[in-house]
Design a protein around this ligand. Sequence first.
Ligand code: MN
Ligand code: MN
Length: 461
Amino acid sequence: MILVGFKKVKLAWDELGMSEQEDQAMIEYLSFLSKGKTERESWQIIEGWAHQSGFIPLDKVDNFKLGQRVRLAVRGKAGILAIAGLRPLNEGFRLIASHIDAPRLDIKQRPLYEEEGLAFLKTHYYGGIKKYQWMALPLALHGVVILRDGHKAEIVIGEDEEDPIFTISDLLPHLSKDQYNKKLREAIAGEGLNLLLGHNPSPGEGDERVKSAILLFLKDKYGIEEDDFVSAELEVVPAGKARYAGLDRSFIAGYGQDDRICSFAAWKAIEEIKQPEWTTIVLFADKEEIGSDSNTGMKARFLENFIAELITLQNGNYDGLMVRRSLARAKALSADVTGGYDPNYADVMDKRNSAFLGRGLVISKYTGSGGKYGTSDANPEFVSEVRRIFDNAKISWQTAELGKVDQGGGGTIAQYMAIYGMEVLDCGVGILSMHAPWEISSIADLVMMIRGYHAFLKYQS
Ligand code: MN
Ligand code: MN
């Protein structure tokens, strides 16, 4: 018997044949990336689409019968969309769960200071960033400041053509002898990531006239006082719009594609579904990049509470056992990206278990690090079911690990879904320059992901 190779390499491009609708979806995706740069903005966009598509806020529905569309916003930073299926919810449901937060620099609670005529905002980075990537590039400020009286000032500066941008200054090479000798990890200090804010002083004499001019501007334009930074959630993100990349326009370059590419695909997958066999749910979590803690992160119980609400709507009364059954019988994809194979960094990858750009959707049976720690290791029975779904739907897919076994690793929200007993498998696409200010994705992979997620949600069994 001759042993045949694992699988002939098939490129997603070869089987793609993009429809007009899918072409249009790529433009929508670019706009989603360009406008949704924080979890709040991303959820706001998704909620707007959901509203247009007939998803009704949970507190405004009085039933959960076949085809009923329901949405839940979680503190404006995360959310869930559901469509009632033919089968009762206690038999389980189909779920695709992604996250809408992304690595960035957060503004500290006492951020503003002036030194030698320059005003700065101090930052605290959020998630796994390589600090040097955030120096000397155009940055924008997005977020909210909740004033003492509870009023919310919403801020987006640095995106409009007319807006100023911000930047963090880097050291000139001429004086970098000591810096060059440092380890990459230590070359830039966390406390060195200070956003340059201005240097035009208010008239008169005295100290900190630049800072006082900045404060005057903030008061005038937004009603913000210095103390109000205490109750602010301001995020520094790369400025500018997402766009096509490559001479052949085959890539998309943009900030926050981890994990807004899977979030977008999840939305596209559920958008057209009307009367599914199984109740169909997509979820957009916050705080994945810092371990899923906080009440908007996947470790909070908002999914469980949502199912309890739906079961109560469906049954007329709350039944805790039905809620548990529903969750335990669910089948889910944990929708997140993985590191794409990069020939420039081939030595950190296991070529036989890598996610290649242009080869379609990626499933990862497990993620984690240091010997599978911190992951949900999917059951092979479920992996088999998912590959069957993808094969039947003619989806180009591949299997991958994040990199070489001893090289590092990373987790997803899959493990916090597995807690309920549901079947869950990590499934997304490979990304180049993951967690960098500009991440690169493949159009072919994105299209396959939308098709694959759709097939998963609609699969009848
Ligand atoms: Mn992610
Ligand atoms: Mn990430």
